[in-house]
Design a protein. Structure first.
Length: 92
């Protein structure tokens, strides 16, 4: 009897072939970050079987790469808006 793993993760868009760079994700930055935080919490709890742990780790690596690339893109846009000078953040 085959056991299906319950998957709370959103699937990676299959339109990008594996190994062809970063897979396309149909998520916002906030959604990806939230899913990444949930994965980390589940992994840190230590209750995942080894095969699910590996799958969660791979998904987490994909989400982390996606979040980093989005942050870099936003930083580049801010630099353009600030005339090439990245301004210090004023938390006023």
């Amino acid at each position: 009897m085959a056991r299906k793993a319950a998957s709370a993760e959103a699937p990676v868009d299959a339109s990008t072939p594996a190994g062809a760079g970063e897979p396309a994700l149909n998520l916002s930055y906030e959604q990806a970050l939230s899913e990444l935080e949930q994965l980390v919490a589940r992994m840190e709890a230590g209750s995942l079987p080894l095969d699910q742990l590996l799958t969660a780790y791979q998904r987490g690596a994909t989400l982390l790469s996606f979040c980093r690339s989005r942050l870099e893109a936003v930083e580049a846009q801010v630099k353009v808006l600030e005339d090439g000078q990245l301004q210090p953040w004023n938390d006023a």
